[in-house]
Design a protein around this ligand. Sequence first.
Ligand SMILES: [Zn+2]
Length: 747
Amino acid sequence: MKKAIFAGDGQGEKMADGINARTKRRMVGLMAVLTLVGFGVLIVRLFTLQVVNGETYQYQATQQQLREVEISAGRGDIYDRNGNIIAKSATAWTVVISPNNIAKEKRAAVADGLSEILDVDRETVLKATEKDTSYWVIKRKVEREVAESVIDFANKNKISGIACEEDVKRYYPYGSFASATIGFTNLDNSGAYGIEAYYNKLLSGTSGKIVSAKNARGNDMPFKYEMMYESEDGNSLVLTIDETIQHYLDKNLEIAVKEHNVGNGAMAIAYSIKTGEILGLSVKPDFDPNAPQAVTDEATLALLATLEGDEYKAALQQAQFRQWRNKAISDPYEPGSVFKIITLASALEEGAVNLNSTFSCTDAGVTIQGQTITCWKRGGHGMQTLGEIVQHSCNPGFVNVGQSLGVAKFREYFEAFGLMERTGVDLPGEAESLYHSDSVFGKVELASSSIGQSFKVTALQLISAVSAAVGGGYLYEPYIVKSVIDSDGNVVAEYEPTLKRQVISEETSHLVSELCEGVVTLGSGKLAYVPGYRIGGKTGTAEKLDKHFAPGQEKYALSFLGFAPIDDPQIAILVVLDEPAEANYGSIIAAPVVGAIMSDVLPYIGLEPHYTEDELEEVSAKVPNVVGQLTHDAHASARNAYLTVNVVGTGAKVVRQVPEAGTSVSKWSTIILYTEDYDDKDIVETPDVLGMSIEEAREALAAAGLELEAIAEDPDAEGLIAVAQAPSKGEVIVKGTAVRVEFEVKE
Ligand SMILES: [Zn+2]
């Protein structure tokens, strides 16, 4: 933004001394650009000539002073790890008037014209024209066409004192994509939230200025005296976030929030176990950083519509703060049973328990110093092994694991896993965890803490701690900026993973990882299973005890943390649904969300599926009936029938499926699930490409919005024609799908 400030005579000389050869070159370059662009020159001249012409000239010899105009530096871009643009700056225009130079009889015309072109209040513009000043902003960040209309209007109506100044506007091409993490910029182009705020200094660069002579009325004297001090553009950031993974998180979280009518928001994190890189971070409700003030949550909008005046203003502000908030790092929550992984890892490392330990779970629960903790399963689980209490997420079992470990050791590991410190992630607003102070932490507190209750950590703290527990014992500092590049494209900084410490041994960690596999293959996390992959995980169900709910209306934070592959964990995914409408278990609603994300993400990050002999034996699969099911449950059913799933829409329920139930198809065929909000435009009938050449097939498929996956023994051979295709002609598939076509040389 250009800002006019006034300086005394002396400063001009001092500044002039500082101009070096490079700056002069830049000035020449800038003049050339201005001439080429034309529009910029037009505007500057329109303003200066109209304003300066006439009587004002007579003052200039005697009453000149220096005026400084700030030139804003270009703000750096933000990219995902693969170079996709997440945030960029582009030219916009600020419409200003010089009320002192607008003829009195033209004021009404100015108000009429500008209010219409700029869609601003006419009365406000009229009042502005009456002010005793030579500079007043009417509207910021308008597009070029709008600025041109303003200048046309001024020219046609012979109105002086209207100008458009060059400005920049921030664009976020992916809309609400990772909005709580990316944040947004203020009107003055400085970062207000998220990465935009945390890295504001790096992104914004150093502004320059133009020093020019001005006359007594504060108007520029064109081309009489002007010096330019170059600005230095900001650096760009390359994030650890992967656009594709983020998309899977966003989409599945959006569906989950609708499926379960989640009342207090939801979050999902994809985390690189071996580096601490945040691969994706999704928070709902979210917002569009292109219009961050606009409230997006439908329930909140409905509430706002009923309010007026101050009440409305207060509620609006509250809703905005809520949607801008990065819940995953700013709102600690009770992790519930997901935390049992940490209890397990600590006790195994200390030798307090081992694979031969047994645990009893009865209806009576377990009583520690008069306080009884019962199991979530009525009647109890009976006698169990260590593996079984993990699979069953048995409360008395884990209370006993904690007691075996003891108060002091539990505390030691709780701290070593990073749960008493901020993670140090490079994002603003990270909260501290909440836990019992040393003086009150006794056996009773140990009992509740062992099962993840009576303390709070952030989702990011939890996923980094669990990643250490299952990933060899190594605790990394989470981070989100991978590298910094300057405006010429040179890499000026690269961030490496930061190992904080090794908390447990690799052997113990491997054991923890394997025990967690049982949760998915045999236990409470079955709905997170993805055939061909060894996935481990843990469910979490934590009652919200710090809010008051009527009996029977208690609310929960339900979660599932999954990771893969078991023998060498690389990626962890945590999904937390805060206050779903119905009280339920994390296993039932959060596990399938993680499973759906995993089924897309694992092949995407290059992990090959490995099937068991049994799985390989059968070549065909029967399509199950999933119409009417919740989207994620349908996804899990189809996955477990050895089908690949493609969900069209982001609705809560499946209203249509292709192929139909009962159809016999080959294994790993794609089944398409349409949710209630699916868009017909997203789907297409597969064209017949048999007999076509590679180029013809590619064109035919492209015309239908599809991609070609060409298979040929020798792709460069002459006379290749298509002999087989999958999906076959007429099959309804999602746009963007690759159609696999086999080509052979025509005899
Ligand atoms: Zn139990």
